[in-house]
Design a protein around this ligand. Structure first.
Ligand SMILES: [Zn+2]
Length: 426
């Protein structure tokens, strides 16, 4: 790698232009682009583009090879070099901890998926566990710290993005509120860390997986212990004024006035979130409302959301009705959001999507019945295909986008590059 390729740029304006070209290459990375296409998209002359592409090639940030650009075969396609560095991804769940080292399109190079982790042990224990796991992954796979651009962290709580601190997390106890997560990782690794709500990073992974096949206006809904929504607007995540946009679990459902942990009544999460479902089916088992669940209880088997899935497979009428009704509750909130936001796509992820078709029958039925015809005419409703990797993949993409975003490029990338110079290695 030629570490001096950017050195002939003396002013920030030139560096900003290079970063704008790189930004477009990253957006088009799935299919590649050409110098002429870059000139057309940026409005810069072909000679300017050629100079900038040479710089990016010398920096090893892009690669050149044969491929297709706008449907035509071309032997000089330009691609983003996803392996020019890596990111430490940390996905903290209420009951899980996933840690990985990913390349810059979120492909795991090494990963550790830990189940039965209790987030309520508190940030000191959980974050230390994440740091130790990441250090082991780097060591065992001989990945030097100089290759690491930064750390991306997903947390199941509202996050103030600028500070990377959770704000009154309803599902996380043990001192997580306002905890300096960003600083903890920055001190441990000496690299920039970025912290976001777990649903937002899953939405980023989904957009990357969709690549150019989506207009960038979509909703990603996580159905897990809690219910949250990542809002993509014009190809970017929308966080709102304080960073808590998309907290749809606390929109109320008509005809329901149960008290929620948030202090309000009738919240969706209190009916259709994983924790609420578990409580409700345990009540059904104890009160003989489902033959299947009652028989599981009689055999001393745990009554969980998995038991509910087994009840559907066993054709238990009450289990089937319960899941369909849960779909209607979720659909009621989604119908309002579809009317308000007019997304091109609603994608569902999280563990509860394993409850299957009956859940989605309820969701679809309510959305189509209660949304306007124009809002649903081209609406796609689907399940995420990313599974448990969505969090770590999205965390890596978040870091890449923050490091390479044109307004931050001069600060973040040039700092990384300075540290990665062979003569400054310690
Ligand atoms: Zn609530």
């Amino acid at each position: 790698m030629n570490n001096n390729a950017l050195d002939h740029y003396y002013n920030m304006a030139d560096i900003l232009t290079v970063s704008q070209v790189l930004d477009i290459v990253i957006r088009l990375s799935g299919e590649g682009t050409t110098r002429s296409e870059l000139a057309r998209l940026t409005g810069f002359s072909k000679s300017t583009i050629s100079n900038h592409v040479e710089t990016l090639l010398a920096e090893n940030l892009v690669l050149e090879g044969s491929g297709f650009s706008r449907g035509r075969k071309n032997s000089h396609c330009i691609y983003f070099n996803a392996d020019c560095g890596c990111v430490i991804s940390v996905d903290v769940g209420v009951t899980s901890l996933n840690v990985a080292v990913c390349n810059l399109v979120g492909k795991p190079l090494a990963a550790s998926f830990q189940e039965d982790v209790d987030v309520n042990l508190g940030p000191h224990i959980i974050l230390n566990q994440a740091i130790t796991t990441a250090q082991n992954l780097l060591n065992h796979n001989h990945i030097p710290m100089t290759k690491v651009f930064g750390i991306g962290v997903g947390i199941p709580a509202p996050i103030e993005f600028a500070t990377g601190r959770p704000s009154q997390p309803p599902l996380m106890h043990g001192g997580w509120g306002n905890y300096p997560i960003k600083e903890t990782f920055e001190e441990a690794f000496g690299k920039p860390a970025f912290v976001d709500n777990d649903v937002n990073i899953m939405a980023m992974a989904e957009y990357e997986a969709e690549n150019t096949h989506n207009d960038g206006n979509f909703l990603f809904v996580k159905l897990g212990t809690g219910i949250g929504c990542g809002i993509f607007c014009g190809g970017k995540i929308y966080r709102g004024a304080s960073g808590c946009a998309g907290d749809i679990g606390h929109i109320s459902i008509e005809g329901n006035d149960d008290l929620c942990a948030c202090g309000n009544r009738g919240c969706l999460e209190n009916l259709a979130g994983g924790a609420a479902i578990q409580k409700r089916i345990q009540w059904m088992a104890q009160n003989g409302k489902s033959d299947f669940l009652a028989s599981c209880l009689a055999k001393n088997e745990p009554i969980t959301c998995r038991t509910l899935g087994a009840g559907i497979l066993a054709q238990d009428v009450a289990c089937k009705e319960f899941v369909y009704q849960t779909g209607l509750y979720i659909g009621e909130v989604m119908a309002k959001l579809v009317n308000f936001y007019n997304p091109s796509m609603v994608v569902f992820g999280g563990g509860l999507i394993n409850l299957g078709d009956l859940l989605f029958t309820g969701i679809r039925e309510k959305i189509y019945r209660c949304s306007t015809a124009l809002a649903t005419r081209n609406l796609q409703i689907k399940c995420s295909s990313l599974g448990e990797q969505a969090g770590i993949k999205g965390a890596a993409i978040m870091v890449r986008d923050r490091i390479f975003m044109p307004s931050q490029f001069s600060k973040n990338y040039l700092l990384f590059r300075e540290e990665a110079r062979p003569n400054t290695l310690v």
